[in-house]
Design a protein around this ligand. Structure first.
Ligand code: SF4
Length: 453
């Protein structure tokens, strides 16, 4: 889509949704009585597909655990993706839009304090039937509007009933239409393992949102959830995957940041454990957007902590690809990342005993720990120094960014900066007089794509 700027993304998103809306108005699906599906839910429901799509795609935007990057849907005739993965883009508020990202329903029997869809909120409600959703997905796919589906739902009637509706949609798409494309399905905490097994067999990716990073916060704000309950679908999917001969299904989760008092230390330790034990592919961090008035939550006037979310994504990247441990990145005493500095620089300044690093002799795992030098930069250095010893000018010519690295390296024994190797001096030199501002929702995305942190 080439939508690199927020403005461009906004325009693209607007055009896409307008286009989808116009097409929807032309469809004439038989709309069955919703009561047969959502027995017991009495609030007025949207009736037309247009209304439903408007409500249910909007309700889905609070879920960020939907990246489709790296998926490789081979062997299907319809929906086959390339090895580079299903391409994706991001809407103006940072959410993925290449998938049809939608809820089955935004009706819910539960009352999670932080959630827009909680039972007591007076919001417009809507629900698709599995048939409607499958038909729309295929129609949009064939018209090249979307490349796959991200499907989640509020909980209606019961966990099993809701999981059954999502499974039905999946089965229509896979068996009836032979759709082999990307489908990400949200597992419903508390549903039977038998249902999870069927979903895992058919989905491309599954996720289950842990949302709040501690049992204490769950008990306060989501009384129907416990740590065991929210972890249950992830554990079940992991165990099912481990017993299969094929590759394990990729799994992800979402943690809300800033709604409750858990520190970055708590959050990163939880993420680290999830990567190790639950075999998650990704943990997504979602800056809390205050929607509901609740004395236990930040006021509705509080800005979402986007800069904190951005730093957590950077730290997460270091956990997954740079060999850092959570305890290295966050000081147990301060328990939070430095919002002014990226997590690697924050770590380096607290561990100056490891610096300066000599570029011409350091192994790869040391090179990638130098602030400003990522995996690609380290590989370039390793390749180039096979032929000659490198100096600062050569590093620049190789495209290695020295803006931060210069304070932490020597080349042929030369430390180029006139700043003493001391935390306060380097910090001042790096930050200067300018105070870092809260980034836009898209700033973090650039860092994630580049991966150079
Ligand atoms: S169960 Fe899910 S949809 Fe329902 S209120 Fe809680 S977070 Fe919202």
């Amino acid at each position: 889509m080439g939508a690199d700027s927020p403005t461009m993304r906004g325009v693209c998103e607007g055009v896409l949704y307008r286009f989808l809306a116009l097409k929807l108005q032309r469809f004439h699906f038989e709309i069955k009585s919703l009561d047969t599906f959502f027995l017991g839910y009495t609030a007025p429901m949207a009736k037309t597909l247009f209304e439903k799509m408007a409500i249910l795609s909007d309700s889905a935007k609070y879920d960020v655990s939907c990246s489709s990057s790296g998926s490789d849907q081979k062997g299907a005739s319809l929906g086959k993706s390339h090895a580079s993965g299903i391409c994706h883009s991001f809407s103006a508020d940072g959410r993925c839009i290449s998938l049809l990202k939608v809820l089955m329903t935004n009706a819910c029997i539960y009352e999670c304090a932080y959630c827009i869809n909680r039972a007591s909120n007076a919001i417009p409600r809507a629900a698709f039937t599995p048939r409607e959703l499958a038909d729309i997905t295929i129609d949009f796919y064939k018209r090249n509007y979307i490349e796959g589906l991200f499907l989640s739902s509020g909980i209606v009637k019961s966990e099993n009933h809701t999981m059954g509706l999502l499974l039905q949609t999946l089965e229509i798409l896979r068996f009836e239409y032979g759709f082999g494309g990307y489908i990400h399905v949200k597992l419903i905490p508390g549903c039977d393992t038998e249902l999870i097994e069927k979903v895992v067999a058919l989905a491309s990716r599954v996720s289950s949102n842990i949302e709040l990073p501690s049992s204490h916060s769950l008990a306060l704000l989501a009384p129907n959830k416990t740590k065991e309950k929210v972890m249950q679908p992830l554990r079940a999917a992991r165990d099912i995957s481990l017993h299969k001969t094929s590759a394990p299904i990729p799994m992800s989760t979402q943690l809300i940041v800033g709604a409750t008092p858990e520190s970055d230390f708590d959050i990163l330790r939880l993420s680290s454990a999830l990567y190790e034990k639950a075999l998650l592919k990704r943990v997504y961090y979602s800056a809390y957007i205050p929607i509901n008035d609740n004395a236990l939550l930040p006021s509705t006037l509080t800005a979402p902590p986007l800069l904190r979310e951005h730093r957590l994504y950077q730290a997460d990247w270091l956990l997954r690809f740079y060999g850092f441990r959570a305890e290295e990145l966050v000081d147990e005493a301060t328990r939070k990342l430095d919002v002014d500095l990226d997590p690697k620089t924050f770590w380096a300044l607290r561990h100056l005993e490891h610096f300066p690093v000599e570029i011409n002799t350091a192994p790869k795992e040391v090179l990638v720990r130098i602030p400003g030098i990522g995996v690609r930069g380290a590989l370039k250095i390793l390749q180039a120094r096979k032929f000659r010893a490198l100096d600062h000018a050569m590093l620049s010519r190789l495209g290695v960014s020295l803006k931060r690295a210069n304070y932490f390296i020597t080349c042929k024994g030369v430390y180029q900066k006139e700043v003493p190797l001391r935390e306060d001096h380097i910090r001042r030199a790096l930050l200067g007089p300018k105070k870092l501002l809260q980034p836009s929702l898209f700033d973090w995305y650039q860092g994630m794509v580049g991966g150079e942190v």
